[in-house]
Design a protein around this ligand. Sequence first.
Ligand code: PSU
Ligand code: MN
Length: 301
Amino acid sequence: MKADLLHFAPDVADALAEGRPVVALESTIITHGMPFPQNLETARAVETTIRNAGAVPATIAVLKGQLHIGLTAAQLDGLAEATNVMKLSRADLPVALATRATGATTVAATMISAHLAGIRVFATGGIGGVHKGAEDSFDISADLIELSKTPVTVVAAGPKAILDIPKTLEVLETQGVPVIAHGQDGLPAFWSRESGLKAPLRMDDPAQIAAAHKMRAKMGLPGGQLVTNPIPVAAEIPASALAPLIAQAQSEADGRGITGKEVTPFLLDRIYELTDGRSLEANIALVLNNARLAAAIARAF
Ligand code: PSU
Ligand code: MN
């Protein structure tokens, strides 16, 4: 069943068959998270970083109804330049496959695909979470629920700072998702190293993170782990500088009636404009940093 569902890049198939380390990568960050051409440059740089760190990258996307685990250079180019690509979460992934659509996988859909492919570690920028104003909008990312269901360790720079981070942590706690800070006690907030909140757990050793993942499986507990890796010092934007810009972007989104899947791409795009591109530089730096840690965890498995 899996054989005709998944389309493996040859190097990914070989690595998995030989038990060598593989790191899954999502594609929504390419199509909906960053502008062209920085999205393509970043996607390539992330793959190179993972190779240099001794693992094989597997960028995941749906191309004309085929679920690809690892993309060729030409496929990556095509996706980065494409417009009108679907944003696929858990609800959309089977629909895109059945209708032969092209779509980019979010954290949730990438976790599902990685697990089907036998990949245990996945690197991204920031996970989705509980949006500000969720008490009215009920906007809670499917990423959080996926972390409670699917056994993949996700390395991110924390919840995106556009989110309500305390509520995001509460949902993760309710769902039984381990939220593990790497290298510090504080929970990072994507573009900033500190959110002002302490992370529930801390592990600095990739081998321990891999061991905790295996222990969950051994105990029969479903779900994965969220490893939060702070953005490098040189690239961070202080939370105090961002807060008014995030508030402005959020009120514009509310004023324009932006809802559902469009909220996160709209906010990221506005913050890019309001920071004169600095948020994108930070986003690139943190993704590369997460790729390095994810490769180390994949090697430890
Ligand atoms: N990380 C980034 N940029 C992004 C994303 C992650 O640095 O654009 C994407 C991921 O695909 C994540 C999605 O799953 O944002 C969250 O979307 P939503 O809030 O609609 O669930
Ligand atoms: Mn949402």
